[in-house]
Ligand binder design. Structure first.
Ligand SMILES: [Zn+2]
Length: 157
């Protein structure tokens, strides 16, 4: 691809990446977006396409009525299992929204059967002992939790 074609491709992606035209900044030949902070002029094209794909998927999720089945995707999972220790490591605003959703869920199904569930941890399909950091939500292993976080500078959307 020559540089003129690449410029056109980049402009097209910039204009159509899903944030409308309001947050776009295009003076001085720049191709920036203040919503996702992506530099559409300088980011390597493959990285750019990957980021834009994630933005588009997120926008689709937010606008669809079947967003939950979409989130589960092609997996045949019948359950969603999230570790308390990581949920409590999420931002407070996320925890408030999550708690509200869970209260809402409980209110919608007040007659749930008196049955319990038990989580078993597997690795490569084989049962393993539950790692201590997953169990210990009282004194969270911050180093372990931070090592699982999205790396700085890769924020999208
Ligand atoms: Zn954007």
């Amino acid at each position: 691809m020559n540089s003129k074609t690449e410029r056109m491709v980049r402009e097209f992606i910039w204009l159509n990446h899903g944030h409308g035209i309001l947050p776009l900044y295009g003076d001085d030949g720049e191709l920036q977006c203040s919503k996702c902070m992506i530099d559409f002029k300088r980011m390597p094209l493959d990285e750019l396409l990957e980021k834009v794909e994630r933005i588009r998927i997120k926008e689709v999720f937010e606008s669809q009525d079947d967003s939950l089945p979409l989130w589960f995707g092609l997996s045949r999972a019948s359950w969603l299992t999230l570790p308390r220790v990581l949920m409590q490591a999420m931002p407070k605003s996320w925890q408030r929204r999550m708690a509200n959703l869970l209260f809402e869920y409980d209110e919608a199904f007040p007659y749930q059967p008196d049955i319990g569930t038990r989580v078993q941890i597997t690795k490569n399909g084989k049962l393993i002992k539950t790692p201590e950091w997953l169990l210990n939500y009282r004194c969270p292993d911050q180093n372990m939790i931070n090592s699982l976080r999205k790396q700085q500078g890769t924020a999208v959307g």
